[in-house]
Design a protein around this ligand. Sequence first.
Ligand SMILES: [Zn+2]
Length: 101
Amino acid sequence: MDRHFGLFAPVESGAFAYGFTCDRAWLRLLDRLFSDLDVIRREDDMTDLKIIKAKKKFRALWVYAQDGNARVKERFWRAEDVAYATCETCGGSTIQIVQLV
Ligand SMILES: [Zn+2]
């Protein structure tokens, strides 16, 4: 996560107090999310965009940010969808297709 450092609220602010409480298998999707947010921040000139917190709550991914725009929000929703379909322990799919006979 170090390479996305500029995206995060400073620890001293206390805003990031809970930090990341996601399980390991979600780190890859978070890494992709933060890479995309880096791009949006540059393209939309949003220097104040900061990630405050990312955590797992009721099996779902919750990401908190300050100063997001519609693009940021949309990217969050996509990450939350992907997280919901990704097992937080092994990274496998949580979507089971059962054929009924
Ligand atoms: Zn699993």
